[in-house]
Design a protein around this ligand. Structure first.
Ligand code: AMP
Ligand code: ZN
Length: 436
């Protein structure tokens, strides 16, 4: 029985120096492995480099970037670095435009992935006698199987509840003595609403103590709300199918950023325009290189997620880099009348008003040849006090325009009006006219 606060003590508590030596060794192996594949052979040729050019960790910057477009163009198996008979699973993203993407896994890849997830769950205090309910979609979405195998590896009784059907979820939580749940943040708030309707108080009527929330951007304010509602700690979990799925980065009990596991990835933050590294503390695009993948290693994968380095040490004893919560993806950025806005900025303001709920929708429209933003959010309590509503609306609008530098139209709606999605929440609908 492991009595340590760490799941993999040796790897989790390496010094920076040990970690970097480990990374360099793994990077060299990964590059050689990639070069068994035609796609990488061509890329290296174009970049004029060979495996021997990788002598220090900084040499990672000499490697070519890879992108989602590369995955699409080589669909389905063009980036595999092992024969297909050595692969045991694939995950695929739906892909709204063009080909979907495919990520292949060998058995060893799956074992490592489970190890990463187990490490995270152990890190936030879960132990084999806990009961873990996974309320995220199963199937191609990696949040299902990813957490399932990780929680099992850790030794917990694992309930593959999957997404939706809140009444059944609540019954499971009560009947099975669930102590930890993984769900996307927008679903946790939905679950809480149904608990309220059913007269279930999570503090009084359940054994819940930990939530893992992730898969979609959410603000610190949203997390605090979730913690208050459910009466438990909620830890941010970052995952990405291309890297494996959940398990890539996770908060420790200090809740001071996400530890990204540097024994599994080389983490770079670059300026998305110049592709040059940005200094620690500055926001840029997250670029990840896998260090342990057999079936489909990825070199310098441009995630499009925007974040920054917060530190490289932590009171928890882990020296794996700490990254700030994702500010959003560069593709999610709204450009309205020349102003750049991230949905999370709007969420941050809305969540500061206790009168409104956590479900909101941003719609972009063209009215009288003018592009406009409409922000819709649900009220927590019904009210017909028009004066009060007007004052609230003015105050929210004022705070929003301070934050995003333009004034949106605000609609306060009654609870249950906005659509709730079972998967990742849809926060922005763009109905603007496009002028040629
Ligand atoms: P998928 O591969 O479909 O699971 O989507 C991965 C993407 O989900 C990432 O690139 C992020 O944009 C987003 N994502 C995952 N986890 C988080 C998180 N904890 N915070 C913000 N965004 C996240
Ligand atoms: Zn820590």
């Amino acid at each position: 029985m492991n009595n340590s606060p760490y799941f993999n003590p040796e790897r989790e508590t390496m010094t920076r120096q040990q970690l970097e030596a480990f990374q360099l060794e793994r990077l060299k192996q990964t590059v050689r492995h990639c070069l068994t594949n035609k796609f990488y052979q061509k890329k290296f040729k174009e970049a004029g480099i060979t495996a021997d050019d990788i002598q220090t960790l900084d040499d990672v910057r000499r490697l070519p970037f890879t992108t989602k477009q590369d995955l699409r163009e080589t669909y389905p198996f063009g980036m595999a670095c092992v024969p297909l008979r050595d692969c045991v699973r694939l995950h695929s993203s739906s892909g709204t435009t063009g080909n979907p993407t495919v990520i292949l896994h060998t058995q060893k890849d799956l074992d490592e992935w489970a190890n990463q997830v187990a490490r995270n769950l152990w890190m936030v205090g879960l132990r084999p006698d806990d009961v873990f309910q996974n309320s995220s979609g199963y199937g191609m979405f990696t949040g299902g199987l990813g957490f399932q195998y990780g929680a099992e590896k850790m030794g917990m009784l694992t309930v593959p509840a999957a997404a939706g059907n809140s009444l059944r979820q609540i019954k499971f939580i009560k009947d099975f003595g669930t102590t930890a749940i993984h769900a996307i943040p927008s679903y946790v708030t939905r679950l809480y609403e149904v608990m309220q309707q059913e007269g279930v108080d999570p503090r009084r009527d359940t054994k819940l103590k930990v939530l893992a929330i992730g898969a979609e951007p959410h603000s610190e304010e949203q997390r605090k709300r979730i913690e208050e509602m459910m009466g438990v700690k909620a830890y941010n979990s970052f995952g990405m199918s291309e890297m494996c799925g959940p398990g890539v980065g996770f908060e420790c009990p200090e809740q001071n950023g996400l530890h990204f596991w540097e024994d599994y990835y080389i983490v770079e933050i670059v300026n998305p325009d110049t592709l040059e590294p940005v200094p620690d503390g500055e926001i840029g695009e997250l670029v990840l290189t896998t260090l342990c993948r057999e079936a489909m290693p990825l070199l310098r994968y441009r995630t499009r997620d925007l974040t920054r380095v917060l530190g490289r040490t932590c009171p928890c004893g882990r020296n794996h880099v700490r990254l700030d919560r994702m500010r959003g993806r560069s593709d999610d950025m709204i450009v309205l009348r020349g102003v750049n806005i991230f949905p999370i900025q709007i969420e941050k303001i809305l969540m500061q008003f206790p009168e409104v709920g956590t479900n909101y929708l941003i719609t972009l429209v063209t009215e009288d040849n003018n592009d406009q933003m409409i922000v819709e959010v649900e009220l927590n309590e019904p009210t017909d006090d028009y004066g009060k509503l007007q004052k609230l609306s003015q105050e929210i609008c004022r705070r929003l325009s301070d934050e995003i530098l333009l004034k949106p139209k605000l609609r306060l709606l009654s609870k249950g009006t906005l659509p709730v999605s079972e998967g990742k929440a849809v926060r922005v609908v763009d109905k603007r006219k496009v002028y040629q």
